[in-house]
Design a protein around this ligand. Sequence first.
Ligand SMILES: Cc1cc2nc3c(=O)[nH]c(=O)nc-3n(C[C@H](O)[C@H](O)[C@H](O)COP(=O)(O)OP(=O)(O)OC[C@H]3O[C@@H](n4cnc5c(N)ncnc54)[C@H](O)[C@@H]3O)c2cc1C
Length: 493
Amino acid sequence: MKKDYDVDVLIVGYGAAGANAAIAAHDAGARVLIAEKLDVGGGNSAVCAGAMVIPESIEAAIAYYRALSSGTVGEEMVRAFAEAMVGIPDLLSRLGLEFTAGPPIPPSFPSMMSGRLKQIHIDPTGENGFRFLDGQVKDRKIEILTDTQVKTLIQNPETREILGAKAQRNGQDIQLLARKGVILTCGGYAYNPAMLANFNFPGATDYIFSWGSPGNTGDGISLASEAGAALWHMAAIEWGRFCAREPSKKFGTAIGYGLGRTKRAGSYMFVNKFGERFMAEDALLSHCKEQLEILRYDHGNAEYRNLPAYMIFDQTYLSRGPIAPTAQMLRTKRGGIVGYCLVNKIYDWSADNQAELDEGWVLQAETVADLANKIGARTDVLEKTITEFNRACIERCDSLFGRNEKTLAPFETPPYFAVELGLSLVNTQGGPKRNVNCQVLDHNDGVIPRLYAAGELGSFFGFLYQVGSNYPEAWAFGQIAGKMAATETPLSE
Ligand SMILES: Cc1cc2nc3c(=O)[nH]c(=O)nc-3n(C[C@H](O)[C@H](O)[C@H](O)COP(=O)(O)OP(=O)(O)OC[C@H]3O[C@@H](n4cnc5c(N)ncnc54)[C@H](O)[C@@H]3O)c2cc1C
């Protein structure tokens, strides 16, 4: 085979999982090469909030993760995952990363576990965390090929062993020989509308925008599938809060993430195309299934009943400041600036919303009838919605959806405004099925020799997700994959 590079372990994708795999494989004595498709590494890992939610006790963690997984993984994997998560503080210390343990936080799904699970919270931001990992990789002089997209794996048709990969580097075809193995750490498929339609929400992908890195186009799913891998956890995707659809379409990534979540009481409400509210606007949304309210499907009319949807509000709310969190607002908060758009300075919401009004992303109307017309709703329906909302404000009780009374303020001061909602996708969980050693499995649970995967590509999470877990998962299982690949017997000449 022609070989432009001849190494022991090839790592496909340079985020937290790839960096950890590279470090572990290198430290176990392997010659390592990293291929990264974008011009800079980091992936979702470098734009994430960096929250690591770690259980303190393995036994409590096993019970909790078993409940979350809802039968999508076996007992051996549940235990391995619990051990890996509990081991995170040791891993960070071993790597020399300083961190502080935060206060215990409640589990995301307290009804499952109340009182049985304590957790600590560790948060370098994703940007800082990746800077640290990048330094570790560079200290070890591990070669990183950026602008290098792995296109296919090279597989022995008889033994099914993975021998390396073919890639495109700055438009040139190159071949990469990996004598011990290939580790796929190339993230999820949030930027692949065809996969989102196939695995998740057909007919709604025009409304879905990733909050993460544009490199995550599901390449790992195609690469592993071609090599005979079984897929798992394709139905599990992590929703974030709503964003603004029009600018998100323009920039191809979630813009205005967290509309309405500015911690101010306000007249804002979410309405569907009929002008009806459909959910409590203060619902957490992030990582929860509440996002699915907007994706309620009307079988009789063969349409998503609540799409398109809008956030509507009055002049009083608009005057109080930006309707979506800005970089300045986030800078002052724990966790700091998050998301591909803000970390990479693609678009920042204006402090007075004027730029978005000028662009026509925020629509303005002088009357409720005019507002109804602008969003394509019936005036009488929208008027009824607003009357009911204002009654809830007076009664301090949202009897329809149970929104917290402290967030309610009447919709009354013209002009009125509407911004179309987009759904933000934090990340996907699906990918090639793997065992506790991160070896990729075929449809009979047999190992595909010399093929490994780690990180959010084929994550542990198959249904419910514990907030703050994908990031530490990428670190811990990247390490396992790197260590295990390095133990393979090298292919001879
Ligand atoms: C905005 C945001 C906030 C988040 N916050 C948190 C949080 O606080 N806590 C938490 O636990 N999780 C969080 N997550 C999720 C978490 O960040 C990710 O799941 C995790 O970092 C994924 O790491 P990874 O190494 O598997 O993938 P990534 O970091 O996404 O890296 C994958 C890399 O592979 C590259 N690649 C793709 N295809 C190819 C190819 N064919 N050839 C070469 N390279 C390729 C990509 O360009 C990318 O650089 C967040 C995610 C986002 C988007």
